[in-house]
Design a protein around this ligand. Structure first.
Ligand code: MG
Length: 160
């Protein structure tokens, strides 16, 4: 087995919608980034790459490459997953935390989990998603940024 951890933070600016976990959530703020700034997908991508010691998302998709500007983070996550699969691993489960003062993620949790299941071609029961506020303090609580963390467990694929 292998375990990987990923973390990411993106700043917020007025606008919307909020792209999170591959889902466009109606909101009055959006995240800033070189790609589509999907902080949750970036944390998952780094967790996968970390589990197989393949570096991180910035190394795989450098900001120096104009092709990565505005890039769909689901595409980057798929690329990382394909590398993991090619090395003979499969995802046992993943657990994620999103740190956001607003919006309330409870009503969007199922939609995001379904989207993650589709991107990762994985049963939804293997995808945990938790949401935390910033308790109205710090960069999260002041709604200056949203952060995400992910832990992923990989298992060796069985011989067929
Ligand atoms: Mg990022």
């Amino acid at each position: 087995m292998r375990i990987g951890i990923g973390h990411d933070t993106h700043r917020l600016q007025p606008g919307g919608p909020l792209r999170l976990g591959g889902v466009d959530i109606p909101h009055d703020r959006e995240m800033i980034g070189y790609s589509d700034a999907d902080v949750l997908l970036h944390a998952i991508t780094d967790a996968l790459l970390g589990a197989v010691a393949l570096g991180d998302i910035g190394q795989m998709f450098p900001e120096s490459d104009p092709l990565n500007q505005g890039r769909d983070s689901a595409e980057m996550l798929r690329a990382a997953l394909n590398d993991v699969l090619a090395l003979g691993w499969r995802i046992a489960n993943l657990d994620c935390i999103v740190f956001a003062q607003r919006p309330k993620l409870l009503t969007h949790r199922q939609t995001i989990r379904e989207r993650l299941a589709a991107i990762l071609d994985l049963e939804i029961e293997r995808i945990g998603l938790q949401a935390k506020t910033g308790e109205s303090i710090g960069i999260i609580g002041r709604e200056e940024a949203i952060s995400a963390q992910c832990v992923v467990l990989l298992q060796q694929k069985k011989e067929e």
